[in-house]
Write a protein that binds this ligand. Structure first.
Ligand code: MG
Length: 380
């Protein structure tokens, strides 16, 4: 355990000293904890760099100021780390999980994932959480001795946020908790909730910036209206843009303070003294009931007003078409696949196509679509 870990870790935190280990045994580092190494491996992976060009809600080239999956992942890590420090949880682990949690996402956000899942329906389906695990376990090619990044069990457990029972059975050890209905570490639970805090709030910011949402609409949301009213009272001449950002900042703060307090109380009540006891307890990282309700109201609002906005839906529609076209073209004629993927296809069949398509950035998918279908793209 590093000096930092000894000083700060609560008994219910995950510690790299008693990690369940890596799939391939490796000598420990003398200068970094095992979870620090995981975090570093994730940052140096090519899947991580590709997050810069993958969408959350807006297609990557729609504007330079919108969140991408990379900035989203950094925001999740920031939120999760602040809470982790207050709770005595393992910051290195929570950071590693946060940075890796979206590695398996297809281009074009959920529209891309739905389309790919549909294409893979009779070939085992496609789940982005499972794909994130596949990226770190199998698809990254960086090390001489093994495929993937060979991360610790606890990091992998956190990355696999959801999983169908059928897939859980096939995964063995790492899928076990879905069958036994056990929780993952508190660090994994926290990364999950930080994800929700991050995207709800930045989607408001991006929604307002894009003009798809208006302040008037947002005033329907109690959480937003309350903070916005306070901001206006304190700064009567503030510009609309600053008012939005100051309001969102205050909302994020309220959610963080609430999760920290509620989780502290939950931990106190259930009093787990080891990671095994955490796994056996119910979900402990949570919002209070009233804030939980406010978060649900916000989610519902965003779904209706932003994600189902006709302009977002048009983008989603195009995105689905692109993913479907690409998959079908490669499925019908695997020779169209670039050589390395064609080789994988010989062994894996359609799964190799799903891996290739899922790994694409938004703009790569658009270009690949053009190369395959647009007359005049001969030279490509
Ligand atoms: Mg996310």
């Amino acid at each position: 355990m590093s000096a930092e870990e000894v000083r700060a870790l609560a008994p219910y935190a995950a510690s790299s000293d008693n990690t369940r280990g890596r799939l391939h045994a490796e000598a420990r580092s003398t200068s970094r904890s095992e979870f620090q190494r995981d975090r570093d491996r994730i940052i140096h992976s090519s899947a991580f760099r590709r997050l810069e060009y993958k969408t959350q809600v807006f297609v990557n080239h729609e504007g330079d100021l919108f969140r991408t999956r990379l900035t989203h992942s950094l925001e999740v890590a920031q939120i999760a780390r602040s809470i982790a420090r207050n709770l005595g949880l393992n910051e290195d682990l929570v950071e590693a999980i946060s940075l890796a949690h979206d590695l398996g996402h297809t281009p074009f956000g959920h529209a891309g994932q739905d389309a790919l899942n549909e294409c893979m329906k009779t070939h085992g389906g496609f789940e982005h959480n499972l794909q994130s695990l596949r990226v770190v376990d199998v698809l990254e090619e960086r090390y001489g001795g093994f495929d993937g990044l060979n991360l610790c069990y606890e990091t992998r457990e956190g990355i696999l946020k959801h999983c169908s029972l059928e897939n859980a059975r096939q995964l063995g050890d790492i899928g076990r908790r879905f069958i036994d209905r056990q929780q993952p570490s508190l660090e994994a639970q926290l990364a999950n909730l930080a994800d929700e805090i991050a995207y709800n709030n930045h989607d408001i910011d991006d929604g307002l910036r894009s003009g798809l949402l208006t302040i008037e609409q947002m005033m329907e949301i109690e959480l937003f209206a309350r903070h916005c009213g306070e901001v206006k009272r304190l700064y009567p001449t503030i510009t609309a843009r600053r008012m939005t950002l100051e309001t969102v900042r205050r909302m994020i703060n309220e959610l963080i303070v609430d999760v920290t307090g509620t989780t502290k109380r939950n931990i106190l009540a259930s009093d787990p003294v080891s990671l095994d006891e955490v796994r056996a307890a119910g979900s402990l990282v949570a919002f209070s009931p009233s804030v939980s309700e406010a978060a649900i109201e916000l989610k519902r609002f965003l779904r209706k007003e932003l994600y189902y906005h006709y302009r977002v839906q048009r983008m989603a529609n195009k995105a689905k078409q692109i993913v479907q076209d690409l998959f079908e073209a490669f499925f019908d004629a695997p020779r169209l696949l670039p050589t390395e993927h064609a080789k994988r296809h010989e062994q894996l069949g359609p799964r190799a196509i799903a891996d290739y398509v899922a790994g694409m950035t938004d703009r790569y998918a658009i270009r690949e679509h053009r190369r395959l279908f647009q007359v005049g793209g001969w030279q490509e």
